[in-house]
Design a protein around this ligand. Sequence first.
Ligand code: NAP
Length: 488
Amino acid sequence: MVSRVIPVDPFDLVIFGGTGDLARRKILPGLFRRFVAGQMPATARIIGAARTKLDSAGYRKMAAEAIEEFGGIGSASADTLKAFLDQVEYVAIDAKGKAGWADLQKLMQGTGKVEAYYFSVAPSLFGDLAERLQQWGMADKDARIVVEKPFGRDLVTAQALNATLATYFDEKQIYRIDHYLGKETVQNLMAVRFGNMLFEPLWNAQYVDHIQITVAETVGVGGRGEYYDRSGAMRDMVQNHLMQLLCLIAMEPPARFDPDAVRDEKLKVIRALDPVLPHHINRGQYDAEPGNEESHPNYRVAVGDPRSKTESFIALKTQISNWRWSGTPFYLRTGKRMSARSSEITVVFKETPHSIFAEDAGRHRNVLSIRLQPNEGITLGVTIKEPGPGGMRLIDVPLDMTFAEALGEDAEQVDAYERLIMDVIRGNQTLFMRGDEVEAAWAWTDPIIQGWETRGEVPKFYDSGTDGTTDSHELMRRDGREWRKVSP
Ligand code: NAP
């Protein structure tokens, strides 16, 4: 099945931080794929902007290398790449100074196109960029800004950042990116929930035993050790990605699929989250990989702090205090150097209230698993009779909808970033976090972090290549449950 490409209006996208890692790995290759797909109008321009002294030709060379290295090129011809690069320009600019702003202003003046500014720079520069865009007359009411994570490191800093951006831009112009929301399956989660009659009547505490959300990575902190150690799994992953997934799985049906209706419902979920009890949280740091201690050292060696108390793994249990979910626990878990790279939401339904079959037929639960990566797709485990003679024995079989198989290879090719950038151009904020959502998420996260800091808790080590600390398994076992196996 071939994806339907809906063209967007002509636009100019300025990538502040255009020479950086994110621009090279995700933004430029993603835009190139949209170009190949025929979504980028011929008059659209992509303007890289950073301090590095380059001219447009030099930047195009850098962009071409990035596209080649990071997988955007596919089977596209050299001519196609050249045609894309013809729409790419560069301005050497300093977010903190005067250099380059007059050049950018000249490029952006009176174009009549959609104007978008992607802040792919350190968050400490967001305020400078916003202020300068206004000073140089580029913060007009139709301009859009895209801001990257992290959005603050606690409630106070997030509020301050929101206030700074609000000085120059209206909330309707601010696109806070959480690339998890751009994943195909995440949107499919809404389609499955709200486009089918089948699930919604069962989507509550009466029928759902519990919900698990796991985001497991096999990589360690790599070259980001210093940054990561100031953040940790709670700030880096739970406060944004996992909470966004939790919101989408738990929210009430919005009246319409429009940005504020969806985000209002997500916000209500965050505000209904219970505080997390100390014995419902488990934190860990990965140990060195046996035999590969040099290349895969333990967390503290990797971040260069032998006394670090920052977690590279966290598992926690929380509850949502509302009519729909009261009594259904939500278990969240994320970590580095785990056994496989896998992001999955698992909805475990309750057993049937009574079994009509013999004891040894077994009791089973329906499990709906929503895989975000790899192999995006949705699987529903249903119980059937084991085929063949020998009486009534029950087994679980998966009803599997792997998107790449069901919809053809094209379905896989839209990466989260390219989808989200196109949404910015279309002016659709549905898959972006609103300021009050981010603040509410920090308001829930802050006391958890303050709690372990006050108690002076130190994360426990877990073996690399495992699914986290033994205590995290105990957290489940105490409730008579178990984590779903992390599988690639
Ligand atoms: P990076 O590789 O360090 O790139 C930073 C960029 O900012 C460079 O292009 C740099 O170019 C530019 N820059 C620095 N100071 C500047 C200034 N005063 N004026 C203008 N440009 C300046 O960082 P990154 O990894 O791309 O990350 C960018 C943002 O995305 C950060 O907020 C990060 O947290 C977020 N993010 C990144 C990833 C990722 O996978 N990389 C994932 C999620 C979120 P010059 O040195 O040439 O000025």
